[in-house]
Design a protein around this ligand. Structure first.
Ligand code: UFG
Length: 328
Protein backbone atom coordinates (compact mmCIF):
# COMPACT_ATOMS: atom_id res chain seq x y z
CA UNK A 1 0.00 0.00 0.00
CA UNK A 2 1.39 3.39 -0.94
CA UNK A 3 0.83 6.09 1.65
CA UNK A 4 1.40 9.77 0.91
CA UNK A 5 2.64 11.69 3.95
CA UNK A 6 2.44 15.45 3.43
CA UNK A 7 4.76 17.31 5.80
CA UNK A 8 6.64 14.04 6.22
CA UNK A 9 9.95 15.75 6.97
CA UNK A 10 8.47 17.59 9.97
CA UNK A 11 8.41 16.56 13.62
CA UNK A 12 5.34 14.32 13.76
CA UNK A 13 5.48 13.50 10.05
CA UNK A 14 8.99 12.04 10.16
CA UNK A 15 8.20 9.84 13.16
CA UNK A 16 5.07 8.61 11.40
CA UNK A 17 7.04 7.78 8.24
CA UNK A 18 9.32 5.59 10.37
CA UNK A 19 6.40 3.74 11.97
CA UNK A 20 4.68 3.25 8.59
CA UNK A 21 7.85 1.87 7.01
CA UNK A 22 8.42 -0.42 9.98
CA UNK A 23 4.93 -1.84 9.43
CA UNK A 24 5.77 -2.52 5.77
CA UNK A 25 3.98 0.40 4.13
CA UNK A 26 5.47 2.09 1.10
CA UNK A 27 5.76 5.82 1.78
CA UNK A 28 6.06 8.88 -0.41
CA UNK A 29 6.71 12.22 1.28
CA UNK A 30 5.74 15.68 0.11
CA UNK A 31 7.29 18.61 1.99
CA UNK A 32 8.28 22.18 1.11
CA UNK A 33 10.93 22.20 3.90
CA UNK A 34 9.57 25.50 5.23
CA UNK A 35 10.07 24.40 8.84
CA UNK A 36 12.28 21.35 8.48
CA UNK A 37 15.46 20.26 6.81
CA UNK A 38 16.22 17.56 4.29
CA UNK A 39 18.73 15.99 6.69
CA UNK A 40 15.76 14.44 8.50
CA UNK A 41 15.44 12.04 5.55
CA UNK A 42 18.88 10.65 6.40
CA UNK A 43 17.66 10.08 9.95
CA UNK A 44 14.68 8.13 8.65
CA UNK A 45 16.94 5.97 6.49
CA UNK A 46 19.34 5.40 9.41
CA UNK A 47 16.45 4.02 11.49
CA UNK A 48 14.56 1.95 8.94
CA UNK A 49 17.13 1.26 6.23
CA UNK A 50 14.50 2.28 3.69
CA UNK A 51 14.76 5.38 1.52
CA UNK A 52 11.32 6.97 1.23
CA UNK A 53 10.49 8.71 -2.01
CA UNK A 54 10.70 12.45 -1.36
CA UNK A 55 9.10 15.12 -3.51
CA UNK A 56 9.93 18.72 -2.60
CA UNK A 57 6.69 20.44 -3.37
CA UNK A 58 4.64 23.32 -2.04
CA UNK A 59 1.02 22.29 -1.62
CA UNK A 60 -0.07 25.88 -2.24
CA UNK A 61 0.86 25.32 -5.87
CA UNK A 62 -2.29 23.68 -7.18
CA UNK A 63 -0.76 22.75 -10.53
CA UNK A 64 2.14 20.96 -8.82
CA UNK A 65 -0.25 19.11 -6.54
CA UNK A 66 -2.27 17.94 -9.57
CA UNK A 67 0.89 16.88 -11.37
CA UNK A 68 1.98 14.87 -8.34
CA UNK A 69 -1.27 12.91 -8.19
CA UNK A 70 -1.18 12.34 -11.97
CA UNK A 71 2.16 10.60 -11.61
CA UNK A 72 1.70 8.67 -8.34
CA UNK A 73 -0.63 5.89 -7.44
CA UNK A 74 -1.70 6.55 -3.85
CA UNK A 75 -3.83 4.39 -1.53
CA UNK A 76 -4.01 6.70 1.47
CA UNK A 77 -2.97 10.18 2.57
CA UNK A 78 -1.82 11.41 5.97
CA UNK A 79 -1.96 15.18 5.79
CA UNK A 80 0.42 16.86 8.24
CA UNK A 81 1.65 19.76 6.13
CA UNK A 82 0.50 22.95 7.85
CA UNK A 83 1.72 25.90 9.86
CA UNK A 84 1.36 25.59 13.62
CA UNK A 85 2.52 28.63 15.54
CA UNK A 86 -0.41 30.16 17.40
CA UNK A 87 1.16 33.63 17.81
CA UNK A 88 2.27 33.85 14.20
CA UNK A 89 -1.27 32.98 13.10
CA UNK A 90 -2.64 35.94 15.05
CA UNK A 91 -0.16 38.26 13.31
CA UNK A 92 -0.64 36.77 9.85
CA UNK A 93 -4.06 35.12 9.52
CA UNK A 94 -4.09 35.02 5.72
CA UNK A 95 -0.85 33.07 5.69
CA UNK A 96 -2.51 30.49 7.95
CA UNK A 97 -5.70 30.27 5.93
CA UNK A 98 -3.66 29.82 2.77
CA UNK A 99 -1.19 27.33 4.23
CA UNK A 100 -3.70 25.26 6.16
CA UNK A 101 -7.01 25.61 4.30
CA UNK A 102 -6.16 26.13 0.61
CA UNK A 103 -3.74 23.22 0.68
CA UNK A 104 -6.31 20.96 2.35
CA UNK A 105 -8.81 21.80 -0.39
CA UNK A 106 -6.30 21.05 -3.15
CA UNK A 107 -5.47 17.68 -1.62
CA UNK A 108 -9.15 16.77 -1.15
CA UNK A 109 -9.86 17.72 -4.77
CA UNK A 110 -7.18 15.29 -5.90
CA UNK A 111 -8.57 12.53 -3.66
CA UNK A 112 -11.93 13.00 -5.31
CA UNK A 113 -10.47 13.09 -8.81
CA UNK A 114 -8.37 9.95 -8.30
CA UNK A 115 -10.91 8.06 -6.18
CA UNK A 116 -8.57 7.81 -3.20
CA UNK A 117 -10.58 6.71 -0.18
CA UNK A 118 -8.36 6.97 2.87
CA UNK A 119 -7.51 10.28 4.51
CA UNK A 120 -6.09 11.20 7.90
CA UNK A 121 -6.07 14.82 9.04
CA UNK A 122 -3.77 16.31 11.68
CA UNK A 123 -6.15 18.03 14.03
CA UNK A 124 -5.55 19.35 17.49
CA UNK A 125 -6.98 19.59 20.98
CA UNK A 126 -6.95 23.30 20.23
CA UNK A 127 -10.39 22.74 18.64
CA UNK A 128 -11.86 22.40 22.14
CA UNK A 129 -10.53 25.69 23.53
CA UNK A 130 -11.02 25.72 27.33
CA UNK A 131 -13.31 22.73 27.68
CA UNK A 132 -16.05 22.84 30.31
CA UNK A 133 -15.21 19.37 31.54
CA UNK A 134 -11.96 17.47 32.04
CA UNK A 135 -10.80 15.05 30.77
CA UNK A 136 -12.00 16.15 27.34
CA UNK A 137 -14.08 13.71 25.29
CA UNK A 138 -14.52 13.86 21.52
CA UNK A 139 -18.10 15.01 22.11
CA UNK A 140 -17.04 18.13 24.01
CA UNK A 141 -18.41 21.31 22.57
CA UNK A 142 -16.11 22.81 19.94
CA UNK A 143 -15.91 26.45 20.98
CA UNK A 144 -14.89 29.48 18.96
CA UNK A 145 -11.18 29.09 18.29
CA UNK A 146 -8.79 31.36 20.20
CA UNK A 147 -6.52 31.91 17.18
CA UNK A 148 -6.57 31.71 13.37
CA UNK A 149 -4.40 28.58 13.74
CA UNK A 150 -7.05 26.93 15.92
CA UNK A 151 -9.71 28.06 13.48
CA UNK A 152 -7.91 26.35 10.59
CA UNK A 153 -8.14 23.05 12.50
CA UNK A 154 -11.86 23.55 13.25
CA UNK A 155 -12.67 24.63 9.69
CA UNK A 156 -10.44 21.88 8.30
CA UNK A 157 -12.46 19.25 10.16
CA UNK A 158 -15.72 20.83 8.94
CA UNK A 159 -14.54 20.81 5.32
CA UNK A 160 -13.59 17.14 5.51
CA UNK A 161 -16.89 16.27 7.19
CA UNK A 162 -18.85 18.05 4.45
CA UNK A 163 -16.88 16.29 1.72
CA UNK A 164 -17.34 12.89 3.42
CA UNK A 165 -21.05 13.59 3.68
CA UNK A 166 -21.54 13.73 -0.09
CA UNK A 167 -18.66 11.49 -1.13
CA UNK A 168 -19.33 7.88 -2.04
CA UNK A 169 -15.72 6.91 -1.62
CA UNK A 170 -13.98 9.05 1.01
CA UNK A 171 -13.40 7.82 4.57
CA UNK A 172 -11.55 10.18 6.85
CA UNK A 173 -10.21 10.32 10.38
CA UNK A 174 -9.22 13.51 12.21
CA UNK A 175 -6.73 12.86 14.99
CA UNK A 176 -6.89 15.54 17.66
CA UNK A 177 -3.42 15.64 19.16
CA UNK A 178 -2.75 16.88 22.63
CA UNK A 179 0.87 18.04 23.18
CA UNK A 180 3.39 15.94 21.22
CA UNK A 181 6.92 15.89 22.63
CA UNK A 182 10.04 13.74 22.60
CA UNK A 183 12.02 12.02 19.90
CA UNK A 184 12.70 8.63 18.35
CA UNK A 185 14.79 6.52 20.80
CA UNK A 186 17.58 6.31 18.20
CA UNK A 187 17.90 10.14 18.39
CA UNK A 188 18.26 10.11 14.60
CA UNK A 189 15.14 12.29 14.36
CA UNK A 190 13.43 14.58 16.85
CA UNK A 191 11.91 18.01 17.26
CA UNK A 192 14.14 20.53 15.52
CA UNK A 193 12.22 23.78 15.10
CA UNK A 194 13.93 26.45 13.03
CA UNK A 195 14.53 29.64 15.05
CA UNK A 196 13.35 30.33 18.59
CA UNK A 197 11.12 27.49 19.85
CA UNK A 198 7.49 28.42 20.46
CA UNK A 199 6.66 25.28 22.43
CA UNK A 200 7.57 24.32 25.95
CA UNK A 201 9.65 21.17 25.57
CA UNK A 202 12.02 22.32 22.79
CA UNK A 203 12.48 25.55 24.76
CA UNK A 204 13.35 23.57 27.89
CA UNK A 205 15.83 21.44 25.91
CA UNK A 206 17.57 24.44 24.36
CA UNK A 207 17.78 26.11 27.78
CA UNK A 208 19.14 22.90 29.26
CA UNK A 209 22.01 22.76 26.76
CA UNK A 210 22.72 26.49 27.00
CA UNK A 211 21.42 27.63 23.61
CA UNK A 212 18.82 29.75 25.47
CA UNK A 213 19.59 31.47 28.72
CA UNK A 214 16.36 31.02 30.62
CA UNK A 215 12.91 29.52 30.18
CA UNK A 216 9.97 31.85 30.77
CA UNK A 217 7.10 30.01 32.43
CA UNK A 218 3.98 31.78 31.20
CA UNK A 219 1.76 32.39 34.21
CA UNK A 220 2.01 31.19 37.79
CA UNK A 221 -1.48 32.19 38.88
CA UNK A 222 -3.72 29.72 37.06
CA UNK A 223 -6.28 27.82 39.15
CA UNK A 224 -4.25 24.59 39.04
CA UNK A 225 -2.33 22.70 41.74
CA UNK A 226 0.87 24.77 41.32
CA UNK A 227 -0.46 27.78 39.41
CA UNK A 228 0.89 26.74 35.99
CA UNK A 229 -1.08 25.42 33.00
CA UNK A 230 -1.93 21.76 32.63
CA UNK A 231 -1.41 19.87 29.35
CA UNK A 232 -1.40 16.27 28.18
CA UNK A 233 2.13 15.62 26.88
CA UNK A 234 2.33 12.62 24.55
CA UNK A 235 5.46 10.90 23.26
CA UNK A 236 5.72 11.53 19.52
CA UNK A 237 6.42 7.84 18.83
CA UNK A 238 3.14 6.89 20.52
CA UNK A 239 1.42 9.56 18.46
CA UNK A 240 3.05 8.30 15.26
CA UNK A 241 1.81 4.78 16.01
CA UNK A 242 -1.74 6.10 16.34
CA UNK A 243 -1.53 7.23 12.69
CA UNK A 244 -0.53 3.77 11.54
CA UNK A 245 -3.41 2.18 13.43
CA UNK A 246 -5.84 4.78 12.07
CA UNK A 247 -4.61 4.29 8.49
CA UNK A 248 -4.93 0.53 8.81
CA UNK A 249 -8.51 0.99 10.03
CA UNK A 250 -9.26 3.03 6.90
CA UNK A 251 -7.53 0.58 4.57
CA UNK A 252 -9.64 -2.15 6.12
CA UNK A 253 -12.69 0.00 5.49
CA UNK A 254 -15.22 -2.45 6.86
CA UNK A 255 -14.38 -1.07 10.30
CA UNK A 256 -14.35 2.60 9.58
CA UNK A 257 -17.13 5.09 9.35
CA UNK A 258 -17.31 7.96 6.93
CA UNK A 259 -15.76 10.57 9.21
CA UNK A 260 -14.40 10.02 12.70
CA UNK A 261 -12.48 12.02 15.28
CA UNK A 262 -10.19 10.65 17.97
CA UNK A 263 -8.33 12.25 20.84
CA UNK A 264 -4.66 11.31 20.84
CA UNK A 265 -3.26 11.93 24.30
CA UNK A 266 -2.16 10.01 27.37
CA UNK A 267 -5.15 10.95 29.50
CA UNK A 268 -2.82 12.44 32.11
CA UNK A 269 -2.38 16.15 32.74
CA UNK A 270 0.94 17.69 33.81
CA UNK A 271 1.67 21.25 34.86
CA UNK A 272 4.51 23.26 33.34
CA UNK A 273 6.42 22.95 36.64
CA UNK A 274 5.95 19.16 36.57
CA UNK A 275 7.48 19.07 33.09
CA UNK A 276 10.43 21.09 34.37
CA UNK A 277 10.78 18.71 37.35
CA UNK A 278 10.73 15.76 34.97
CA UNK A 279 13.50 17.36 32.91
CA UNK A 280 15.58 18.00 36.03
CA UNK A 281 15.02 14.45 37.25
CA UNK A 282 15.92 12.62 34.05
CA UNK A 283 18.89 14.82 33.15
CA UNK A 284 20.10 15.37 36.71
CA UNK A 285 20.53 19.09 36.03
CA UNK A 286 18.90 22.27 37.26
CA UNK A 287 16.91 24.30 34.74
CA UNK A 288 17.14 28.07 34.71
CA UNK A 289 13.58 29.42 34.60
CA UNK A 290 11.41 32.20 35.89
CA UNK A 291 7.68 32.73 36.13
CA UNK A 292 6.49 35.60 33.94
CA UNK A 293 3.00 36.90 33.06
CA UNK A 294 0.54 34.68 31.21
CA UNK A 295 0.80 34.20 27.45
CA UNK A 296 -2.24 35.38 25.49
CA UNK A 297 -4.46 32.59 24.21
CA UNK A 298 -3.36 29.84 26.64
CA UNK A 299 -6.12 27.76 28.19
CA UNK A 300 -5.79 26.73 31.84
CA UNK A 301 -5.99 22.98 31.43
CA UNK A 302 -6.44 20.38 28.70
CA UNK A 303 -6.07 16.62 28.85
CA UNK A 304 -7.69 13.83 26.92
CA UNK A 305 -10.35 11.32 27.67
CA UNK A 306 -8.92 8.35 25.76
CA UNK A 307 -11.83 5.93 26.14
CA UNK A 308 -12.94 6.16 22.49
CA UNK A 309 -9.51 5.75 20.92
CA UNK A 310 -8.77 2.77 23.17
CA UNK A 311 -11.99 0.98 22.36
CA UNK A 312 -12.29 1.84 18.66
CA UNK A 313 -8.64 1.86 17.53
CA UNK A 314 -7.18 -0.34 20.25
CA UNK A 315 -4.49 2.28 20.73
CA UNK A 316 -3.14 3.80 23.91
CA UNK A 317 -0.01 5.77 24.79
CA UNK A 318 2.76 3.62 26.26
CA UNK A 319 5.42 6.13 27.36
CA UNK A 320 5.52 8.12 30.58
CA UNK A 321 6.31 11.81 30.78
CA UNK A 322 9.83 11.01 32.04
CA UNK A 323 10.46 8.66 29.11
CA UNK A 324 9.24 11.25 26.62
CA UNK A 325 11.37 13.99 28.20
CA UNK A 326 14.40 11.74 28.31
CA UNK A 327 14.04 10.95 24.60
CA UNK A 328 13.74 14.67 23.82
N1 UFG B 1 4.99 27.48 27.95
C1 UFG B 1 5.82 28.18 28.79
N2 UFG B 1 6.96 28.70 28.26
C2 UFG B 1 7.33 28.56 26.95
C3 UFG B 1 6.46 27.83 26.10
C4 UFG B 1 5.30 27.31 26.64
O1 UFG B 1 5.54 28.35 29.97
O2 UFG B 1 8.38 29.07 26.54
C5 UFG B 1 3.76 26.89 28.50
C6 UFG B 1 2.50 27.40 27.84
O3 UFG B 1 2.06 28.58 28.45
C7 UFG B 1 1.56 26.22 28.04
C8 UFG B 1 2.47 25.00 28.02
O4 UFG B 1 3.78 25.50 28.27
O5 UFG B 1 0.98 26.31 29.32
C9 UFG B 1 2.47 24.29 26.68
O6 UFG B 1 2.70 25.24 25.65
P1 UFG B 1 3.10 24.83 24.18
O7 UFG B 1 3.35 26.08 23.41
O8 UFG B 1 4.18 23.81 24.20
O9 UFG B 1 1.80 24.09 23.60
P2 UFG B 1 0.26 24.59 23.61
O10 UFG B 1 -0.42 23.83 24.68
O11 UFG B 1 0.18 26.04 23.57
O12 UFG B 1 -0.27 24.00 22.23
C10 UFG B 1 -0.21 24.78 21.03
C11 UFG B 1 -1.49 24.57 20.25
C12 UFG B 1 -1.59 23.17 19.76
C13 UFG B 1 -0.41 22.87 18.96
C14 UFG B 1 0.80 23.08 19.78
C15 UFG B 1 2.02 22.83 18.96
O13 UFG B 1 -2.58 24.87 21.06
O14 UFG B 1 -2.72 23.01 18.95
O15 UFG B 1 0.85 24.43 20.27
O16 UFG B 1 2.16 23.80 18.01
F1 UFG B 1 -0.47 21.59 18.52
Amino acid sequence: MKILVTGGVGFIGSHTVVELQEKGHDVVIIDNLSNSSEGVLKGIVAITGIVPEFVKLDLRDKADVSAFFETHEIDGVIHFAASKAVGESVDNPLLYYENNISTLIYVLQELEKHQISNFIFSSSCTVYGQADELPITENALVKKAASPYGNTKQVGEEIIKDVCHISKQLNAIALRYFNPIGAHPSAEIGELPLGIPQNLVPYIMQTGIGVREELSVFGGDYPTKDGTCVRDYIHVVDLAKAHVVAMERLLDSENSENFETFNIGTGKGSTVLEVIESFERVTNTVLNYKIVPRRAGDVTAAYADTTKVKSELGWSAQSSLDEAIKSA
